[in-house]
Write a protein of this length. Structure first.
Length: 264
């Protein structure tokens, strides 16, 4: 209820009136009957005097508006989401909620892919940044975040970002291709020739060792027979393997036609 002072100047002695009216309602002031107005009075002299007028915009309570300064800083497999709050909508913010999905999902999915909630699902109202995990390298994602008060969810803020390439793969490719523009094919041919020559020498050496390994056992066998013969000669000093010391006789049943003689 707002009170205002007003009066109707329809007579030589205006009557000051005080009325009360609510904002937005009409007000009517009673004036002297026109027939009782003095002949010299001007009918257009009736005026409305309004004092103490005040303009005020009243904002009704509502869910929180969209967050401001929302940014995303992606890495290879995670991203950092930051935001600020411009207004709480008239009630304290209860929590924040963030979600993400791939920018280009499966074409067979007309809904555009399933939204994954960022953990924790109910982010503390005092937090202004959060890490998002389980992302794939070199992939474009869409992120959205909103605030919630006791009147409901606020307007969501959407933004997209692309994760970085896998650093290990990039470094490996960089090392493999380092100096490829200046690479001389003659160096490559020389390296191949050296490798092939080394392999050829190894093959020849292996064959030679195998040949020597097969030839050595026969020599060992002859030496062993000679060594076994020496003790027999020592034990039988009358035994000679010399034709000059042997006499021919008729063949016996064992087809022997020589006899061994002993020297006196």
């Amino acid at each position: 209820m707002v009170e205002h002072d007003g009066c109707c100047f329809a007579t030589d002695h205006p009557l000051l009136q005080e009325v009360a009216v609510d904002w937005g309602d009409n007000i009517t002031l009673s004036c002297t009957d026109v027939e009782q107005v003095l002949p010299t009075a001007d009918l257009n002299s009736v005026v409305w005097n309004h004092e103490g007028r005040r303009h005020e915009n009243i904002q009704p309570d509502a869910p929180p508006p969209a967050l401001v300064n929302v940014t995303i800083h992606p890495s290879t497999v995670l991203a950092l989401l930051l935001w600020d709050v411009a207004s709480d909508g008239g009630y304290p913010i209860i929590d924040f909620t963030a979600q993400f999905r791939e920018r280009y999902p499966d074409p067979e999915d007309p809904e555009g892919g399933h939204w994954h909630s960022v953990m924790p699902e109910h982010i503390s109202p005092n937090v202004r940044q959060i890490d998002i995990y389980h992302l794939d390298p070199n992939t474009t994602y869409v992120f959205k975040i909103w605030a919630t008060n006791q009147l409901g969810h606020g307007e969501a803020t959407l933004l997209k970002a692309k994760t970085l390439h896998d650093i290990e793969e990039i470094e490996l490719a960089r090392h493999l291709l380092d100096g490829a523009e200046k690479f001389d094919t003659r160096v490559w041919v020389a390296a191949v020739a050296v490798v092939m020559g080394t392999l050829l020498l190894l093959a020849i050496g292996t064959c030679y060792l195998l040949y020597k390994e097969c030839d050595i056992p026969s020599m060992h066998q002859e030496d062993q027979e000679t060594i076994e013969l020496v003790p027999n000669i020592i034990l039988n000093p009358g035994y000679y393997d010399d034709d000059a010391r042997m006499e021919r006789i008729e063949r016996d049943e064992n087809s022997n036609d020589h006899t061994t003689t002993r020297s006196s």
